[in-house]
Design a protein around this ligand. Structure first.
Ligand code: SAM
Length: 208
C-alpha cells in the first residue's frame, strides 16, 4: 500500500521518466491553483495530491496491456486519471471527455501549457462524441457501472481494456451486472486506498 506523499512520489518516479515527473509536479501545482477558481478536487485532498490523485491515476498503468497506444478517459474533470496518464505516457493518443465548459476549457489549456501534443480534449457530453475504437477505457467517479458501459461500449472492441477505479463499491457494482457482462471484469486492489477496488475488464460488453 502506498502511504503518504513521499511514498506516492517515489511510486510515480518508478513508473515514469524524469521529464514526466516534472510535468506531473507542474500539473499538481496547476490543479491546486485552479482549485481556487473552480471546485475541481475536494479541498481536504489538496495536501494529499500525489497519493489521492496522481499515484491513484498512475497505478492504472500496472493493468494496461503492453500494446496500448490509445486511451479514452470518461468525465475527466480535474484531470484524473486521464490527464495524469497523458503526462505519464505522451507516446499514447489520449482522449479526454468532459462536458462542463469551465473544466474542458481548462483541460485544453493545461494540455497546451504542458506540451501534450497527443492529448485530445473533447468538450462535450460523451453521448455526443463520435465513436472511435480505443485500446483502453478508463473512468473515475464518472457514472454507475451499467450506465458507464451503456454510454461507452461503442468505443470498445474485443481487445479493449477497461480500468475503472470504483472505490468501495467495486465488487458490489460488478456483482450487480448481468452474468454475461460480469464475466469480462475482475477486481484489483487499489494501491492508494486499502478500502478501494479497481474494476479491470477486457472486451466489448455483451449486448451493447
Ligand atoms: C465526479 S467528477 C470526476 C472527475 C474526475 N474523473 C475525478 O475523478 O477527479 C465527474 C465528471 O464527469 C463529467 N461528466 C458527467 N457526465 C458526463 C457526460 N455525460 N459526458 C462527459 N462528461 C461528463 C462531469 O462534468 C465531471 O467533471
Amino acid at each position: 500500500m502506498i502511504a503518504g506523499e513521499s511514498a506516492a512520489r517515489a511510486y510515480c518516479a518508478g513508473l515514469v521518466d524524469e521529464e514526466a515527473m516534472e510535468r506531473l509536479a507542474a500539473f499538481a501545482a496547476i490543479v491546486a491553483e485552479e482549485n481556487e477558481r473552480q471546485n475541481l478536487i475536494a479541498k481536504a485532498t489538496l495536501e494529499h495530491m500525489w497519493q489521492r490523485h496522481i499515484a491513484d491515476s498512475l497505478q492504472l498503468l500496472e493493468h494496461v496491456p503492453r500494446e496500448t497506444s490509445t486511451l479514452l478517459d470518461l468525465g475527466t474533470g480535474a484531470g484524473f486519471p486521464g490527464m495524469a496518464l497523458a503526462i505519464a505516457r505522451p507516446d499514447w493518443t489520449t482522449h479526454l471527455v468532459e462536458s462542463r465548459r469551465k473544466r474542458f476549457e481548462w483541460l485544453a489549456d493545461v494540455a497546451a501549457r504542458l506540451g501534450l501534443k497527443s492529448c485530445a480534449v473533447h468538450g462535450s457530453r460523451l453521448e455526443l462524441v463520435d465513436s472511435f475504437p480505443v485500446d483502453v477505457i478508463c473512468a473515475r467517479a464518472f457514472a454507475p457501472l451499467p450506465k458507464l458501459l451503456e454510454l461507452s461500449a461503442r468505443f470498445s472492441t474485443r481487445s479493449t481494456a477497461w480500468l475503472l477505479p470504483k472505490g468501495r463499491s467495486a465488487a458490489q457494482e460488478m456483482e450487480a451486472l448481468p452474468a454475461n457482462r460480469r464475466a469480462m471484469f475482475h477486481v484489483e486492489q487499489s494501491l492508494t486506498d486499502a478500502d478501494a477496488g479497481i474494476l479491470v475488464g477486457k472486451g466489448r460488453p455483451a449486448g451493447l
